[in-house]
Design a protein around this ligand. Structure first.
Ligand code: ZN
Length: 97
């Protein structure tokens, strides 16, 4: 078996700098994973502002909360819209007579 040749210190340094570069890349990627921008309010979220991906977009907990409230009130909202439509139709009919 051949013995390993004496390692060239210059190669060592090159390898070290490649490893450092990879570390930085991994770190940057790791940081980016923690950081998202809310598609609705534009706030940047870290771990302290929880965010969830909705499709390809990220939305923060604050916006999701108000979205939930809006959705919960959607039935009533739709009923109001429907009522308004009927009202204006009635008014139109009344004016036409
Ligand atoms: Zn938001």
């Amino acid at each position: 078996m051949n013995t390993m040749p004496e390692e060239n210190p210059r190669n060592d340094a090159a390898i070290e700098s490649i490893i450092e570069g990879k570390k930085m890349e991994a770190y940057a990627e790791h940081r980016t994973k923690d950081m998202h921008q809310c598609s609705l309010c534009g706030n940047v979220g870290y771990r302290k502002r929880p965010m969830r991906p909705i499709g390809a977009k990220w939305i923060c907990i604050d916006c999701l909360r108000s979205l939930k409230e809006t959705l919960e009130g959607l039935d009533q909202w739709e009923a109001e819209i429907q009522l308004e439509k009927e009202m204006s139709k009635k008014i139109d009919d009344t004016l036409r007579v």
